[in-house]
Design a protein. Structure first.
Length: 311
């Protein structure tokens, strides 16, 4: 099954959603191609630098240097192939987990929310003002408006609380779906670890509480999504050392963090793993737009965009 074939995504058969999917996929592949080109250039630069150092050492004659150059070119091609294969093996999975799945979460919760679904599919395509204009032209002002609200909030994190207060219900729903998708993806990755081994959350308990506060601020639009976040967070907490679980305050319909004990180091004396799995899902710092560097997160990883309050 081809993940990047629209008919196999599980998304609703809708003209605008299909158009948004095509825009999102095109941008994803372009970013992949750029990442691959940068990796190739880096490989060439490193090996060429090594060759120049060997040449300057004066330990080899011209014939030997020619042979070394041929060996170097062969090595460059081999390494390029390895890097490309590695990136290709994760490209489709990455787009599915980070873009398609959150869009499906909204579609499954409310089939009529096509603007929110479309906005999630094109959210990562905005790398320049021209990209935003393309979204507005192709999908209309409602979709582009959701995109602009989310990206504006991400661009000014210190103003996040004020921006959430004035945010549309569609944008709140998109943010919450992105958080749910990130949590589910994180939990799925962590569950692939050997039994008894856990991953520590980047930023620890304070970062986890920050995510809960953000989710609490954008909930109340879609009750299904509200419940999904609670379930996804607590499910992830079973396999990731977060230091808190989340509960709903029935009186105020807000979320609260409940402290839980963090497990001590394993029987082998080694502490739980740190950053690596989960990547940008729980990372509050750094660039929110650039592709992540393989292989620790795979191409794009969770770090391409830390949307949804940092997930």
């Amino acid at each position: 099954m081809k993940v990047l074939d629209f008919k196999n995504t599980g998304l609703p058969e809708n003209e605008n959603i299909k158009k948004a999917f095509d825009l999102g996929l095109k941008s994803h592949i372009r970013r992949f191609d750029e990442e691959l080109m940068m990796a190739h250039r880096s490989i060439e630069a490193q090996l060429n630098q090594q060759f120049e150092m060997i040449k300057r050492s004066g330990q080899y004659n011209e014939e030997q240097l020619k042979q070394l150059k041929k060996q170097q070119e062969h090595a460059i091609n081999q390494i390029k192939d390895q890097v490309e294969n590695q990136l290709m093996s994760t490209r489709d999975q990455d787009f599915s987990a980070r873009v398609i799945e959150p869009a499906k979460i909204v579609a499954d919760s409310d089939p009529a929310a096509e603007n929110v679904v479309s906005a999630i599919l094109v959210l990562e395509t905005v790398r320049s003002p021209k990209d935003y204009e393309n979204i507005k032209s192709a999908l209309g002002e409602k979709v582009s408006g959701i995109v602009s609200e989310i990206l504006d909030m991400e661009a000014y994190p210190s103003e996040k609380n004020n921006k959430i207060a004035g945010m549309s219900d569609d944008s709140k729903r998109a943010n919450l779906a992105l958080m749910v998708g990130g949590l589910q993806s994180l939990a799925n990755m962590a569950k692939q670890l050997p039994p008894g081994q856990k991953v520590m959350m980047v930023g620890g308990r304070d970062a986890a509480k920050h995510k809960i506060d953000f989710a609490s601020a954008v909930r109340g639009v879609d009750s299904k999504l509200d419940d999904l976040f609670v379930n996804a967070f607590n499910d992830a907490n079973q396999v990731v050392e977060m230091g808190v679980r989340v509960e709903v305050d029935k009186d105020s319909n807000t979320l609260k963090a409940v402290h839980v004990d963090v497990a001590p180091p394993g029987a082998d004396g080694k502490p739980p793993q740190g950053p690596g799995i989960g990547g940008g899902f729980f990372d509050d710092g750094g660039d929110k737009k650039g592709p992540a560097t393989p292989p620790s997160k795979g191409f794009g990883g969770g770090g391409n965009k830390k949307l949804g309050g940092g997930f």
